[in-house]
Structure formats: C-alpha cells, structure tokens
Design a protein around this ligand. Structure first.
Ligand SMILES: [Zn+2]
Length: 253
C-alpha cells in the first residue's frame, strides 16, 4: 500500500511539473513543444535527469548546473503540493472515479493558481481539458443519466454566477467577476449538485475575504483573483461531500 501512495505522489509531482511549464509558457505566449526545457538565465537545455520532479531540484541544490543561477522554488512547491493533494484524494475516495475527479480538480486548482495569481487570467484550455475529463469520468461512473444531471447542474452554476456578476457589476460599477470565474462555475456545477454548489461558494467567499482585505490595504483599486478561491471551495466541498450532505440534512431537513 505504501508503494501505491508513493506512486500517486510521484504522479502528482510529474503532472505539476508539466502544468508549471504549460502555464508559464502560455502566459508568456511561447510554444509548449519548443524550445525544450531550459535554464531561464543562461539558456542551457536541461538533460532528462535534470527534469525529474523534486529529485532534480534537491540533487542540483536548487541551482542551474551550468550558471548556478537559482531555480524558482515555486516549481518545487507546486510539485510537492500536487503530490500531496493527489494522495489526499486517494485517501478519501480510494479506488473510485471520485479519486480521479478529485485529482482533476486539484490539477485545475494548480493551473488556475499559477495563471490567476500571476496574471489575473484563467486559461480557457485548462477549463476545457478539465470539462472533457470530468465528462468522461462521469460517464464511466454513472452513464448517460449521470452526464445529463451533471450538465444540468453545470448550467445552473453558470447561470447563477452570471446573474451574480450582472448584479455585482451594477452595484460596484466595475467588473465584479471575470469571465473565467463564470466558466469555472460550470465545472463546479458538473461536480457538485446545486446545494453543495452553494456551500462551495460560501467556502470560496470566506477564504477570499482575508486575501481581499490584504490586497485592499495595499491598493484600494487592487483586483482580487477569485478563481483560485472558487476552485479551492470546490475542492474542499468535493472532498467532504458526504459530511456536508449529512450536516445539510440536519440543518435544512
Ligand atoms: Zn543556467
């Protein structure tokens, strides 16, 4: 069993290292295939043994083997983080499709954190890939009926967030929610039924609040990227859905 955990952790780290490359290059309008992975300082093309997640960073002591320039620690951190998140998904849902859906949400979370926190955008391609994977997994888990339900809830989430945006724009006299946030809510709807969708929204707001206060203190016009918090709200709700359903049943009846 220990080996399974190691394998899942390493799988998460490898995916994270790919997502890092993918997001950084797309944001900088570079091609994903070429040039090959290189040191950003001296341009040295990295060998295969310098591309192993986590291990290479430790072996190279966090520096380029040629020019000794420091390699960004965010790469290492995201590899560790995604590895751990994948293992948590497996601990919660075991050998089920829910584990794979959870992993998809974690990967989306990383990709959105990298793009939204750095440049306030959510890459359409990361949303589209997630939607396709979730549709396939939902079909495998619960057939066409499952897809139909997921789609309905997805549309519910999308429309709800769109209405919130229109009201928000009118109240604050500026863009309250980005287009990416609304598309993201379609994904939240695919994964969660409407009552859990609302719970995830509450989680997202509570987690975004401290961040918004800090940003607002620094610059009153500063924009808060909401995407990472929406995805985090989705993940927390998804991983605890049976517990939350139980509490909702007691509270709402
Ligand atoms: Zn270098």
């Amino acid at each position: 069993m220990f080996l399974v955990y190691i394998f899942i952790f390493m799988f998460g780290a490898i995916i994270a290292s790919f997502i890092n490359l993918y997001v950084t290059r797309l944001i900088n309008h570079e091609s994903i295939v070429s040039p090959r992975s290189h040191c950003n300082s001296c341009g040295k093309v990295l060998r295969w043994y310098e591309l192993i997640p986590i291990f290479s960073y430790i072996a190279l002591n966090g520096r380029c083997s040629k020019c000794k320039e420091k390699i960004g620690i965010d790469c290492l951190l995201s590899e560790l983080l995604l590895g751990i998140l994948y293992v948590i998904c497996f601990l919660v849902y075991g050998f089920t499709y829910d584990t794979l859906i959870g992993m998809t949400i974690c990967t989306l979370l990383l990709s959105i954190c990298l793009s939204d926190l750095k440049s306030l955008i959510i890459l359409d391609s990361s949303l589209i890939v997630s939607i396709i994977i979730i549709f396939v997994l939902t079909f495998l888990a619960s057939g066409l009926r499952g897809i139909y339900l997921a789609f309905l809830y997805g549309v519910f989430g999308f429309v709800l967030m769109f209405v919130i945006k229109i009201i928000g724009d009118a109240i604050f006299q500026r863009e309250s929610l980005g287009g990416g946030d609304i598309k993201l809510s379609f994904i939240t709807g695919l994964v969660l039924p409407y009552n859990l969708f609302l719970v995830s929204l509450v989680f997202a707001c509570f987690m975004a609040l401290p961040y918004a206060i800090i940003i607002n203190k620094k610059s009153p016009d500063g924009e808060v990227p909401f995407g990472p918090f929406l995805t985090l709200g989705l993940l927390v709700t998804f991983l605890n859905k049976s517990a939350i359903m139980y509490i909702l049943k007691i509270v709402v009846g």
